[in-house]
Design a protein around this ligand. Sequence first.
Ligand SMILES: Nc1ncnc2c1ncn2[C@@H]1O[C@H](COP(=O)(O)OP(=O)(O)O)[C@@H](O)[C@H]1O
Ligand SMILES: O=C(O)C[C@@H](O)[C@H](O)C(=O)COP(=O)(O)O
Length: 319
Amino acid sequence: MTTYDLIAVGRACIDLNAVEYNRPMEETETFSKYVGGSPANIAIGASKLGLSCGFIGKIPDDQHGRFISKYMSEIGIDTSQMAIDKDGHKAGLAFTEILSPSECSILMYRDDVADLYLEPSEVSEDYIKQAKMLVVSGTGLAQSPSREAVLKSVALARKNDVKVVFELDYRPYTWKNAEEVSVYYSIVAEQSDVVIGTRDEFNMLENVTEGNNDNTVAYLFQHEPELIVIKHGVEGSYAYTKEGETFRGKAYKSNVLKTFGAGDSYAAAFLYALSKGKTIQEALQYGSASAAIVVSKHSSSEAMPTVEQIEELMEEQSN
Ligand SMILES: Nc1ncnc2c1ncn2[C@@H]1O[C@H](COP(=O)(O)OP(=O)(O)O)[C@@H](O)[C@H]1O
Ligand SMILES: O=C(O)C[C@@H](O)[C@H](O)C(=O)COP(=O)(O)O
């Protein structure tokens, strides 16, 4: 029996977004707090679109942990499998700097963060088998024991016919070196049904400096993946199927405030559209429209749009 359209595994953290725009972080005095972390953002986005979502992760036993858990459960996400860290590990923090609409950066505090202490024993087969799809974020592979917990969740999903979606979500902060990224990314990508990432993230997966989409899909289609999505920022995105089809998703025009949040909102709406039986072309449009909305707003999680907002934008810019 499936209870969840989507279960995400990985980090649920805190974003502290600069309230003062167009200013370097050195001079920023005020930050707004939101729930963050790519897989949490994806679950929040998908839940706002009406999918039933669960989350597997680990949060601290403190004010930040309780804020994350309360926010996610109020959005409608099942948080029963978010383990509470009992060893004093803290929430990951991401401070953002909005220098201009196209020049944004993120300063991450990720030493000894609770999410990377998720244990394999905290991943339940009974829970995973209730999902239609498991969304795995690459950052969860950066360190043990989270690495083994993620590998276990992928194995359990495959055993129980749950589709595995791998969001590459590469963040340099907690990785030792590029070789290690490529080793673990390849293991999971080769076993996933759907792989989503930016061109740069696929370069990390393949351990190349300048890869190209043809080589990427030729490699991954030798393995499990049926669908590969490669994002190229404002230039749009491509989806490739194992049957040899290629689809292009154009970015929508947006009154851009900041660049971050695009990838997570894109993934949430793309997966929503696929799970509602829309075509791959439509799913690309849902993802792109959702991202165009989020880049025009201040946060990544709180700004996730509704289906109506996405469809309204698609309609407005249909020509
Ligand atoms: N400035 C922008 N304006 C409108 N849409 C954007 C913009 N930047 C990104 N997007 C949309 O978000 C998608 C994902 O963005 P991208 O930057 O490739 O991913 P990530 O945020 O993961 O680095 C793009 O394919 C595009 O549709
Ligand atoms: O993923 C994180 O830990 C930080 C995010 O919460 C932050 O909002 C962000 O960087 C989202 O960016 P995206 O990957 O472009 O969606």
